[in-house]
Structures are given as structure tokens and as C-alpha cells.
Write a new protein. Structure first.
Length: 525
């Protein structure tokens, strides 16, 4: 902070006294700017009804802090300083009464905006005595003996006014905008026929930069906490005190939500809209709950804010990488829920982990939700028909021997399908078997083994329908025959398809053998 230098026996100069005061003002102004920032803030200046109530309001004692030129006009012997800017303190040292008359049109109302502004005012004018070089014993009245009064103080004043809106039908009246260089304090609504203004007629608009003591601001967290004033879901609006001009890395934003979220959310803390996300990405429905308390931190590398704490709604977590990490819902899912499928069905992400049972129908298609790492479904085909399991869109299903967009669920099969985040895999097939005389078994690799019996007819042939149809292709077949003492010289497979085997049996004379029981084994996929 600058100080004037004065020497012993030096002749006094008026500029030295004024410079000392200006330097002190600049030092205090810079300190206030460091504490409050460069935006205008107010302390006190509460707007309340008069007592007894009338068509006016009272504005309490307080002050406004605002960035201004050091001196817009010359001050005494000092020239103006319009180059440098500091935070100045404008005082309102007495309660002021502000008139708010009612509109004259029946059914109309009007909104008054009570606003404040800093002003420098030169006051307390007086005719000052000046040195008379001609007759030092008799001072001059006024500068140069002019007898003209001059101001003796430059006061920093908080000026208050009511800006009237346009009267309109009650409920449609609009609050006027804040004048340039002024700061809003309150809105007063007055209806036609009213004779008083009550507390219910006075509201404080969002964003009024009201401060208390620095200690109280620290205790109440008003520098980074505010109520959400948005009336729109998925949009959060908060006004911090003092206001912030820009978002900075690591800035903490605390708020109480006004609405439930149903999708991705934006937040505006003053400098403009930015995305508000969870730990694992964009917010989803139900993660912001009206009345819940939330803490977000701004990340400059993403230009968005991320929730780091919340008192309501489901909380996102990143995918776990260690045993003690929390799991995501998509990785655990609805382990206690069951889904009965009786028609073509598309499963959803919220159904992840549910037990899926195909209860009826034939040739149904069950479509999986988009692949999410760790998502899994147990699926049981409780029918004697085959059905199709389909990947979402073009996503594939790994069946152990290859990738395809679809997978055939055999009759009575129970499978477990899980995702690595890019696709799904059949990781087990418990119960993927029919243990009867004519039966089959599907291996984890996708290989299907069938076995069956049949008896040759008079032509020495028998057509055996496979107990399961190979979904893709047949591979190989084997056959043997026995019938007590009768022994066939040759039993061969005449034809093998995906659904049947034709067997031919002849004796050593190449004659057909009838009534021969044959056992077949076929492999397919």
C-alpha cells in the first residue's frame, strides 16, 4: 500500500493529505476484491414491509461492494484516476422507505424491482476560507474570494431505487430487468386495490449476491452451496455467493435439487451450462432426487462436473477391478426376479441377472440387451421346442466354437450367458442334455451328440428321427446292430441329415434283415 513521504520543516501540501487517503482506499479496495471477487455483492439491505404496513417497503442498513474507477472526477487537489479500478464500499447508513403504489386498473398487478448501485457523491458543501496573500490576517471567502461553496466530503453511497414493471393482469405481470450497473435486492408485487405490502408480497430473486460475515460464509458454505432454483427436470440452476465468473479445476458445487432427473443432467452455477455426470458416465433416471443434497466437482480436462457425493438417489460406481470394490448393478442385476417368456422378447439392461424361463411357444426369439461388462442371464427352455437367443443389433454370441449373432436353445436346455462388454458368451450349459433311450447332449464347445434306436423293416431298412435337430449341420454317424442269435453281416448308414438317419442291414448273402434292432450315434453342431 502506498504512503506519502513528508519531511521535517517541509511546507505542507494538500495533495499529501489526499494522497494518503486515496492510497488507504486503494489498499482496502484491493483487500475487498481479494475477499469478494470482482462481481458486485451486498451485505444487509434486507427488504421488509413497513410497520405499520403501507404501500411502501423498508430497505435496511447495509452496504454494496462494487468495482469502480478510483476517482472518476478530480478530488480536491488530486486529479481524476479513471485508469485504475478497485472495489469500493457504498454505505446505506439509515433505513430507507421506498414507495410501491398499487396499479389503478382492476384485476391488474405490478412488480417492482428493488435495486442498488454504488455512487461517489461530493457532499457537505461549505464556503471555505482560503489564504489571502494580500492580507494574510483576513482569509478569503471561497476559492479566490469567490464566496462559492465547495464540497468537503466525497462519500461512497449505496443508492437504492424501485424500478416499476408494466402493470398487467394478475399472474401475467413481468418483473423488469436489472438496470446496467445496478444489483437486484428484491421483487415487490402489488395488486390493484391493495393498501399494504406484506411479507408475502416480497421475494428475493435467484442470484442476489448477498453476503454475511466471512466467518458466517465459511460456516454456512454459501460460497459453494445454494438451492437449485430450476423448474425444469434435468436442469440445475444455482447462484453462489459471491457469484463466480468462471469454472476452475477442482471447484466444488454443493446444492439441494429441486427436481427428479429422468435423463442426462446439466448444471449452471453462473458462468453457463455444463454437463453433470456420475462416476461412470452421464446421469440416468432417478440419480437426482428432488430435495436431495449433492456435491459435484468441476473437471477442467472434461469441461464438466462430476458427482462425488449425494444424499439421495442411486449412486454410480466405476466397474470394479479388485475384490473389495463395489460392483455395478449391471454386473449383479435382479438376481431375485424371474421373467417368463411366451412370445418374442427383448430383454433390457434393468433385467440383467434375472432368471429367464421360456415357458411356452415354438421358435421364439429372445434378444439380449446391449452388452455391458459383467452382465449375465440364466436361461431355461422349459419346452420341447427349439428357440433362438439373439445378440443386440449386430453383437455376437460366442458358443465356444465360434461367434454368431444367434444361438439355438435346445429343448429343455439350461444355459448361462454372460458379457465381457463387447459381446456375450455361453459360459455353461447345465442341463443341456436329454438322458433317455433316444437322447442327446450338447457340449460346451457346441458339439451335439445324439443316440437312438430303431428296428429294420422287411426291406432291411429303418429311418430313425434324431431326438434333436442339429441347428447348423451334421458331422458324422455310427451304427451297430444286434438281435439275439441273429447276427447281421453288415449294418450301414445309408443317409445322415440334420434331423434323421437311414440305416440298411443285410446278411452274408446280401439279403435284407428285418426285425433287427440297430443303435445309432450321430454328431453334429
Amino acid at each position: 500500500m502506498d504512503r506519502p513521504t513528508v519531511y521535517t520543516q517541509e511546507q505542507g501540501r494538500s495533495v499529501d493529505f489526499l494522497f494518503a487517503q486515496r492510497a488507504t482506499m486503494i489498499g482496502l479496495g484491493k483487500l475487498a476484491q481479494a475477499a469478494f471477487g470482482s462481481n458486485a455483492v451486498v451485505r444487509g439491505l434486507a427488504v421488509t414491509p413497513n410497520s405499520p404496513a403501507a404501500l411502501n417497503v423498508l430497505v435496511a442498513i447495509g452496504e454494496i461492494y462494487s468495482v469502480q474507477q478510483v476517482d472518476a472526477t478530480p478530488w480536491g487537489a488530486l486529479p481524476a484516476d479513471v485508469t485504475d479500478f478497485i472495489v469500493k464500499q457504498g454505505l446505506n447508513m439509515a433505513v430507507q422507505t421506498i414507495s410501491t403504489p398499487a396499479p389503478t386498473t382492476s384485476g391488474f398487478s405490478i412488480n417492482y424491482l428493488i435495486e442498488a448501485q454504488y455512487q461517489d457523491q461530493d457532499t457537505n458543501a461549505a464556503v471555505l476560507p482560503y489564504y489571502n496573500s494580500t492580507n494574510p490576517q483576513i482569509p478569503l471567502n471561497g476559492q479566490g474570494g469567490s464566496g462559492a461553496p465547495q464540497s468537503t466530503q466525497r462519500q461512497g453511497v449505496c443508492v437504492i431505487q424501485a424500478k416499476a414493471g408494466v402493470a398487467a393482469a394478475t399472474g401475467t405481470q413481468v418483473t423488469p430487468t436489472v438496470d446496467s450497473g445496478w444489483t437486484a435486492l428484491a421483487v415487490v408485487t402489488v395488486a390493484n386495490g391493495a393498501t399494504t405490502v406484506t411479507a408475502g408480497n416480497i421475494s428475493v430473486p435467484a442470484g442476489v449476491p448477498q453476503v454475511t460475515s466471512l466467518l458466517q460464509m465459511m460456516q454456512t458454505e454459501s460460497t459453494n452451496y445454494a438451492l437449485d432454483t430450476s423448474a425444469t427436470p434435468n436442469q440445475i440452476n444455482i447462484a453462489l455467493t459471491p457469484p463466480i465468473a468462471s469454472y476452475t479445476d477442482g471447484m466444488q458445487l454443493n446444492f439441494r435439487a429441486a427436481n427428479n432427473s429422468s435423463n442426462a443432467v446439466n448444471i449452471n452455477a453462473g458462468p453457463g451450462n455444463i454437463s453433470l455426470s456420475g462416476a461412470a458416465g452421464a446421469l440416468q433416471s432417478g440419480e437426482i432426487v428432488a430435495g436431495g443434497y449433492y456435491t459435484a466437482v468441476y473437471q477442467s480436462n472434461t469441461g464438466a462436473a462430476v458427482l462425488v457425493g449425494q444424499g439421495a438417489g442411486a449412486e454410480q460406481v466405476n466397474p470394479p477391478t479388485q475384490p473389495k470394490h463395489a460392483a455395478q448393478f449391471a454386473q449383479i442385476g435382479n438376481m431375485k426376479s424371474a421373467i417368463s417368456v411366451n412370445a418374442n422378447t427383448t430383454l433390457t439392461a434393468s433385467q440383467t441377472g434375472s432368471y429367464v424361463q421360456i415357458s411356452s411357444g415354438s421358435g421364439l426369439t429372445v434378444t439380449l440387451p446391449p452388452a455391458v461388462a459383467g452382465a449375465a442371464f440364466p436361461i431355461y427352455n422349459n419346452t420341447n421346442a427349439t428357440h433362438t437367443l439373439k445378440g443386440n443389433g449386430s453383437q455376437v454370441i460366442n458358443n465356444g466354437s465360434g461367434n454368431a449373432n444367434t444361438y439355438t436353445i435346445l429343448p429343455w436346455a439350461a444355459i448361462w450367458v454372460a458379457s465381457d462388454g463387447a459381446s456375450y458368451s455361453i459360459i455353461s450349459g447345465a442341463g443341456d442334455v436329454l438322458l433317455t433311450t433316444n437322447g442327446w447332449e450338447r457340449k460346451p464347445s457346441g458339439l451335439i451328440e445324439c443316440w437312438a434306436q430303431g428296428t429294420t423293416n422287411g426291406s432291411g431298412t429303418v429311418t430313425i428321427t434324431l431326438p434333436i435337430t442339429f441347428p447348423n449341420s451334421q458331422l458324422i454317424g455310427m451304427v451297430c446292430g444286434q438281435n439275439g442269435a441273429a447276427v447281421a453281416a453288415c449294418v450301414t448308414i445309408q443317409s445322415l441329415t440334420t434331423s434323421q438317419v437311414i440305416v440298411n442291414a443285410v446278411n452274408g448273402s446280401a439279403s435284407p434283415i428285418s426285425g433287427l434292432q440297430v443303435n445309432i450315434r450321430a454328431l453334429g453342431k
